[in-house]
Ligand binder design. Structure first.
Ligand SMILES: *[C@@H]1O[C@H](CO)[C@@H](O)[C@H](O)[C@H]1NC(C)=O
Ligand SMILES: *[C@@H]1O[C@H](CO)[C@@H](O)[C@H](O)[C@H]1NC(C)=O
Ligand SMILES: *[C@@H]1O[C@H](CO)[C@@H](O)[C@H](O)[C@H]1NC(C)=O
Ligand SMILES: *[C@@H]1O[C@H](CO)[C@@H](O)[C@H](O)[C@H]1NC(C)=O
Ligand SMILES: *[C@@H]1O[C@H](CO)[C@@H](O)[C@H](O)[C@H]1NC(C)=O
Ligand SMILES: *[C@@H]1O[C@H](CO)[C@@H](O)[C@H](O)[C@H]1NC(C)=O
Length: 796
């Protein structure tokens, strides 16, 4: 007995000193951990925030926020803190509860002499024999986190499939409905599935990345690869630098790429997928083409028409499209090139790595069931051959980064295309003519707007439903009585008025307990129904980020619709930067901090929630400052919220502020995340220069601040733009970078503008930035035009 006790004490001691290995004599109890040799990961017992259930898991050791990357007993929590994790013969890692019952175990069929379990510095927990014989690893059974070095896919020798499986909820690590797979059928592509139903497809691997996920390309931080051969098919990624990064699948099926920001000590989401409505698998049916740039996002590919025109007109696109002219394989078909697409589902396809495109064409032509072909690998200018059989499904227009595909056509369909090309070529002969054409199109489009269609969201019903249910479940927003608001604001006294927001006046209020609040009274004519308002409020209440103004509650009584926000003592950004004396209080580090904070706030609105919020009215007066000069975006409540899948829409009512509106929004009412990026760019240049874009006047030329900044940038004299009160602060590299980023954000073409995640990254890292192209609205005159078009739109 004594002997046993002393062994117990001994082993206990060894385990709690730093080790990365468990053996048959060294085990850990709840409260003890092991740490990987490089100090990156830690293995031990944990609970989620609202539960007392105990789980064995692995988390980052170097990160202050506990971030669990793997869980052992997902489905069988320990109910108390008496769990023990140990290695037993003949080679298993087991978790026992306080009655010594095994409630979870690793899996291995091979018996070994001397089993050990070691936590590697990659986050992989490996069970092996002390002599090195491998038995089991946690990387083969991932939970919701895909770590660098994991191999997602299928091993044809062992039959093992490694896939990511989301948690049931943020509180419950048990397997939820969503999974993420690398599917080797036909040709490798990754899927998010809900149960057995496909939700999202990355598109086939094209050597650089996945066809439909241009964000997942090799870059200075990562390299991605897909390995496929007779033995295995897997997808994997490596970190090239020291950034801490992970990929997760959230409980509601959103894949997210996170990077740890060591400055702010928080995780930032750089990418999420599905990302827009067109990412909904097969939304437009066979031969449909999904384009978020169109108000009707589903269209048929050229030479195809809706199979069921009535349903199609009612936005039921599931039946897809059919050929206008049927194929005639015996008498010779041909191929038509379609450019700029996410390639269709490769479930029914075959490939050859070293066939040329011409050979590929010949093979496809000679196989009547072959419907299309493309290059397999575009990393080296195009090589290999990918052949499709059967209908082409889940194609999406990807502007800028799409691929070419050659689709089989009846020979009679081939001629007209040739003519069209000639026409386009002759048009592009003269740049002037092209510009003329462009302005004509603008005018025509504006005319068309005079007869607006009622906007129906392209959001599939189930997404909306889901959002709806979510809200009901956890609405914890206080409702204020009108009498309390009236008392707090002195009956909306003019003396309490803080300002006039886009949707109504804002008052300062003091609640009985002494808490200061800002009260926004929505104007009656805000055109918003009660249900819509409620939904909106519930959405806003869920948005919590340190760079967004916090909603404290709301009040709905009679015709009154009121929002109660936290009060910001330092007013708004315009109060400082445009004021000669006060702007001296904001040196460059403070301003950079503000710029980065705004960017993070926007990133949160655009990407972090299943609901995508486009602000539409970002401007200096909507950036409030707290007591520590931290920026907080306000007025996002009345912005446009989307199902997480939609990125762009048309609006009948233009809200926004002159000088901050992007050309496509002011001119055509077309807004997207990129219109917010434009406004952000304007803000950056204003913060740097201390001048308003709209009232900018410089030595008689008729450029606005954007035009002026661009001219200086072209001449390499950007620093002349910078507010003289901050230019001396030895930060010229940061200043140059920020001006450059600002100019990238205000480029004329929405596609050229970076998304906010890239903006956050570019502001914080020394990366090579692309050349900025000409900004939109760079002359005072163009703005006047835009205003005219706004009145025109509102007048109808
Ligand atoms: C330990 O696990 C066994 C088997 O699952 C179970 O029957 C027993 O109730 C558990 N004991 C406690 C205290 O949870
Ligand atoms: C353990 O491995 C065997 C084959 O080696 C397999 O049939 C079984 O499903 C595995 N169990 C678990 C829980 O993975
Ligand atoms: C390690 O030991 C196992 C048996 O415990 C044996 O099967 C295996 O061949 C050994 N491997 C090496 C590399 O010695
Ligand atoms: C984060 O910053 C701290 C100092 O603030 C430093 O000690 C640590 O090594 C950094 N971690 C990473 C991962 O860069
Ligand atoms: C693949 O072919 C089968 C059989 O023709 C068909 O049922 C299935 O829908 C096809 N899958 C795709 C993704 O085209
Ligand atoms: C493909 O490449 C391999 C090795 O490079 C070569 O052995 C094989 O003959 C090639 N196949 C064809 C069809 O060109």
């Amino acid at each position: 007995m004594l002997l046993l006790l002393s062994i117990f004490c001994l082993t206990h001691n060894i385990a709690s000193s730093v080790t990365d290995t468990l053996t048959t004599t060294i085990f850990i109890k709840d409260g003890e951990t092991i740490i990987s040799s490089g100090g990156s990961f830690e293995l031990g017992f944990f609970s989620t925030s609202k539960s007392t259930n105990r789980y064995v898991g692995i988390w980052y050791k170097k990160i202050s926020i506990q971030t669990v990357v793997w869980v052992a007993n997902r489905e069988v929590p320990l109910l108390n803190t008496y769990g023990v994790l140990e290695v037993i013969k003949p080679g298993l890692l087991v978790l026992r509860n306080d009655t010594k019952n095994i409630i979870w175990t690793s899996n291995s069929s091979m018996p070994v002499q001397n089993p050990v379990a070691q936590l590697l510095d990659t986050g992989n927990l490996v069970v092996k024999d002390a002599n090195g014989t491998f038995l089991w690893q946690s990387f083969d059974y991932p939970t919701d986190t895909f770590l660098p070095g994991m191999k997602l896919g299928r091993n044809f020798v062992t039959g093992l499939e490694v896939y990511i499986s989301a948690w049931k909820s943020y509180e419950d690590p048990a397997p939820g409905e969503y999974t993420y797979h690398c599917d080797p059928t036909g040709y490798p592509q990754n899927f998010v599935k809900k149960g057995a139903v496909l939700q999202f497809r990355t598109g086939p691997w094209n050597g650089l990345g996945f066809s439909g996920a241009p964000g997942l390309r090799k870059n200075p931080i990562f390299s991605y690869e897909v390995v496929f051969n007779a033995k295995e098919v897997y997808y994997s990624y490596k970190l090239l630098g020291s950034t801490i990064t992970r990929f997760t699948l959230s409980p509601n099926g959103v894949g997210q790429r996170w990077t740890w920001d060591n400055q702010t000590r928080s995780w930032i989401i750089y990418l999420s997928a599905p990302n827009d409505n067109c990412d909904s698998y097969g939304l437009c049916g066979a031969y449909g083409s999904c384009d978020t740039g169109n108000s009707e996002i589903c269209g048929c590919l050229d030479k195809f028409s809706p199979k069921d025109p009535d349903k199609w007109a009612n936005r039921d696109w599931s039946n897809g499209c059919i050929r206008k002219v049927p194929l005639d394989c015996q008498n010779g078909d041909g191929f038509l090139k379609y450019s700029g697409f996410k390639l269709p589902d490769t479930h029914n396809s075959s490939y050859s790595k070293n066939m040329s495109l011409e050979e590929c064409r010949r093979v496809c032509l000679n196989t009547c069931s072959c419907t299309a072909y493309s290059s397999l690998d575009i990393s080296n200018g195009g090589s290999g051959c990918l052949l499709w059989y059967g209908d082409l499904i889940d194609m999406k227009v990807i502007s800028g980064a799409g691929q070419d595909i050659y689709i089989r056509m009846a020979s009679s369909e081939l001629g007209s295309d040739g003519k069209k090309r000639v026409l386009i070529m002759s048009l592009s002969l003269s740049l002037g003519m092209l510009l003329l054409g462009f302005s004509l199109i603008l005018v025509l489009r504006r005319r068309k707007k005079a007869f607006p269609k009622l906007r129906k969201d392209g959001i599939p019903g189930d997404i909306l439903d889901e959002v709806h249910i979510d809200h009901k479940k956890d609405l914890e927003l206080p409702i204020f009585e009108l009498s309390i608001i009236i008392e707090a604001t002195n009956n909306f006294s003019i003396n309490n008025k803080l300002g006039q927001g886009g949707f109504g006046p804002v008052y300062k209020g003091v609640l009985r307990e002494g808490q200061e609040v800002a009260v926004k009274r929505l104007s009656e004519n805000s055109m918003q129904g009660l249900d819509e308002f409620k939904t909106e409020v519930i959405c806003i209440a869920k948005l919590q980020h340190r760079n967004l103004v916090k909603l404290l509650g709301c009040c709905i009584e009679g015709i009154e619709k009121i929002l109660i926000y936290e009060y910001m003592p330092n007013k708004s950004l315009d109060f400082f930067i445009f004021d000669r004396s006060r702007s001296g209080l904001l040196d460059w580090p403070k301003r950079l901090h503000i710029i980065q904070g705004i960017a993070r706030g926007i990133l949160y609105l655009h990407q972090d929630s299943r609901l995508r919020i486009i602000h539409r009215d970002l401007k200096a007066s909507n950036i409030l400052l707290d007591a520590d000069m931290n920026p907080k975006i306000s007025d996002f409540g009345t912005a446009k919220s989307f199902g997480g899948n939609e990125t762009e829409a048309n609006t009948c009512r233009i809200v926004g502020t002159r000088g901050y509106m992007s050309p496509e929004y002011a001119g055509e009412g077309l807004f997207s995340v990129k219109s917010d990026v434009f406004s952000f760019g304007v803000l950056v240049l204003e913060i740097l220069s201390g001048k308003r874009n709209t009232v900018f006047f410089y030595q008689g030329h008729n450029l606005n601040l954007l035009g002026h900044a661009w001219n200086l940038y072209k001449d390499g004299r950007e620093l002349e733009l910078v507010d003289s009160r901050i230019v001396n602060s030895w930060h010229s590299l940061e200043l140059l970078r920020s001006i450059h980023v600002g100019l990238l954000c205000v480029q004329q073409c929405p596609e050229d503008r970076p998304d906010v995640s890239s903006v956050v990254f570019m502001l914080g890292n020394e990366v090579l930035l692309p050349e900025a192209k000409q900004p939109g609205f760079f002359m005072e005159r163009t703005i006047v035009n835009a205003e005219m078009s706004i009145t025109l739109l509102e007048a109808r």
